[in-house]
Each structure stands twice: as C-alpha cells, then as structure tokens.
Design a protein around this ligand. Structure first.
Ligand SMILES: [Mg+2]
Length: 391
C-alpha cells in the first residue's frame, strides 16, 4: 500500500509585467460600496498556491488554489496536512470527509473548502499517476470525442476594442463567447445604455449562430437585474452569469423564474450541499462550480450526479485541467470555459505560467490525451524569474 508521505505548499507571487486595468472593465461585488478608485482590485489575484502531495514511493500529485493563496497555505500546513499524511491516497472519499468533518466549524465554506479542494485535486492526480491512467478515465472515461469550448474574455472596454477582440476570436472557431459588463446600479440609466450598446455591438460582429454569454460577476443587484433582463432578451444571450452576490440565492431564483434569460452561477458556492441548494431552489439554469473551491473532484462528481438528476448542465468555472477532466467524463458537462492565453491581467492567466500541460484550443475544441496519467500538468520552470515563491 502506498502512503502519503508529505505535502508541500508554495505561494507563487507574480512580479512580472501586468496589463493595467481599464476603468469599468468588469462589475463586481464591491461596486455597491461606491468605492473610490479601482473596486476590481480585490478581485485581481496575482498569486497562486501549488500543493504537491507525495507518496512514499516518490510519486507527486499536483493540486492548486487561486483563492487567497497565503491563507489557504496556512490552513493546509497547520491543519489539513497532518491529518492527510500517512493515509492511502486511494481512500480519497475517507480523506475528504476527514478533512471536511474535522474542520467543519470553520472550514466547510471559503478558505477551508478551498484547501480541501487543493489537496483533493492532488490526490486525484496521484491516483492517476499511480494507476497510469488519465484522471478522466478514473471518473467515467471519454463521453465526448473532444471538448467544445467557449472564449471567455471580452472585458468591457470601448465598443471598438471589444468588437475588434470578438472579430479576432471568431476566427478560432469557438462555440460561444463570454463578455463582462462594465456598468451596474451606481451608473444609472446611462450605464444601462452603455451595457446594452456593447452587447448589441458584439452581436453585430458575432451574429446569432454562436452563443453569447453575459457576466456580471456579482456586480448588479436584484432590482437592477430585473430591469435589465427584458432589455437584454432580444440579443438571445445563452446565460446571464452571477447577476447578484453569491449569498443571495433567493435573488438568483427570482431572476431565473422570470424565464427571460437562463441565470447561471455557482463559482462562489462551496461543497455538495451549497450546490444542492442552488439546484433545489431552481436558482440557476447552468451550474458553474469551481472545482478548486467547491471541494475538488471528489465533491464535484457528487454534485454532477445531483445536477444531472435536476437536468441542469454543469459548466465548471474556469479552464484548467481539473475542470477539463470532469467535463470529459460527464455527459452533463456540455462545454468548457476557456481563457485564451494572454498577458497577466485579472490573474486567471497565471495558470499558464505556473503549469505546463494545459491544452490549447484548436478550432474551438480541446482534447485530452488518453495516455497521459493523472491530470497531465507539471510545474514549469520556464517563468521562475517572474515569481517570488514562498515555501
Ligand atoms: Mg464567472
């Protein structure tokens, strides 16, 4: 029997060049505070946590977390690692519940569940490597020849710049395109018109044969969203994402019940029961948990089963290998989010600089290799000069 011998955590602080944010490039939950200056600052993250779980035969599984990496590192080092070391990685369900129950008072949402997710991802990577199988083969195998993707960027900017970006992206065969709103409640009617103008401009370029997804990133409120839904309907959006803060589950349910535009969300929800509530209340028409927050692959598979029973498609938040393996292995995961590789902006892009192995989309699709064991990523040494790394 193989046992877990050690857990190594490293925070990667990006010190390389970044793209300076433009005003109003994405609404967010802090907008309600009328904060002066750059309200989006708290949502940019130029840090990442890697978690390496090593077994006594020297095999290393890789997990990661992008939410408050320094705090998650502390939670793993002080709390979770000691209860995982010595366990057999194939007892993953036991390990998951041990972590969950022993930190239940403080850890079942937020930092604790993010730490559990990171360790769980590493354990799945380990199980793949130890059995010489890609993770998706352990989860049910190939349910699709390859994975369709949607282009996820189009931050709010000038109409011209957004149209130019869409025109360029169109050439690559994506099945859908997601844009971010730049204006919310505090910007009044004028901001509403600015939002609508950009959606209309994007449809002008994209036409109506591809999906257009609209992202609010929790920067609206219920009243504003109720007024916007009818105005947006004529552009036939595939979904409206996170219109209100994650805790306002009733708000999601009310908007979804209007039946005008499918409401999506869940990337800031945690664990099996958190997602079950979204489904039971019919709060979302598309569930978008983030595997490295929701509880890792162990929790994600349970949530997938529940969502399938409700016939709600699951499209995990973000690109990245852990999500692609789940998408490949689940019929109910029809498409994957894809962050096109580009300079460091919000922080999603850091993944491409820390890891190697993530597939590039080709003609709008990504594929996974049947013969690469585990998640198929390695920690890269190509960009080390651009990071300060804290062990
Ligand atoms: Mg989102």
């Amino acid at each position: 029997m193989t046992k877990i011998k050690s857990i190594r955590t490293r925070v990667w602080n990006w010190k390389g060049p970044t793209v300076p944010p433009e005003g109003n490039f994405c609404t967010n939950a802090s907008d309600a505070l009328w904060d002066k200056g750059d309200a989006m600052a708290s949502f940019r993250f130029h840090q990442w946590l890697t978690v390496e779980v090593e077994t006594d035969d020297g095999t290393i599984g890789i997990g990661n977390a992008a939410l408050a990496p320094t705090v998650v590192k502390k939670a793993i080092d002080d709390w979770y690692a000691p209860m995982v070391i010595g366990e057999d990685p194939f007892d993953y369900a036991y390990i998951w519940d041990k972590m969950y129950r022993r930190s239940h008072a403080w850890g079942r949402k937020g930092i604790g569940m993010t730490a559990i997710s990171a360790i769980d991802l590493a354990i799945w990577d380990l199980m793949g490597k130890l059995t010489n199988k890609p993770v998706f083969k352990l989860l049910g195998g190939r349910t699709k020849e390859k994975i369709p993707t949607y282009y996820s960027k189009l931050y709010a900017g000038s109409v011209e710049s957004m149209q130019a970006e869409a025109e360029e992206a169109m050439k690559h065969g994506y099945q859908g395109f997601k844009t971010r709103f730049g204006f919310g409640p505090k910007d009044g009617m004028k901001g509403m018109r600015e939002n609508l103008k950009r959606v209309e401009a994007l449809r002008e370029v994209l036409g109506y044969d591809v999906d257009l997804m609209l992202e609010c990133y929790m920067g609206w409120n219920l009243d504003y969203a109720k007024r916007m839904l009818p105005k947006l309907a004529k552009y036939e959006p595939r979904w409206l994402e996170e219109p209100v803060i994650a805790d306002d589950v009733n708000g999601y349910a009310e908007l979804n019940a209007m039946g005008i535009i499918p409401i999506s969300g869940g990337e800031h929800e945690f664990s099996i029961m958190g997602c079950q509530q979204l489904l039971e209340k019919k709060a979302v028409s598309v569930l978008q948990y983030d595997t490295n927050r929701v509880g890792g692959i162990t929790a994600a598979q349970k949530i997938n089963a529940i969502a399938e029973a409700y016939q709600i498609p699951v499209i995990p938040h973000a690109g990245q290998m852990h999500n692609y393996h789940l998408t490949m292995a689940n019929v109910n995961c029809p498409i994957a989010e894809y962050f096109p590789v580009h300079d460091i902006e919000v922080g999603n892009e850091l993944f491409y600089y820390i890891f190697e192995g993530d597939p590039d989309a080709v003609d709008g699709y990504i594929d996974l290799d049947d013969n690469t064991p585990g998640l198929g990523i390695t920690i890269s040494d190509k960009h080390l000069h651009n990071f300060d790394i804290v062990e």
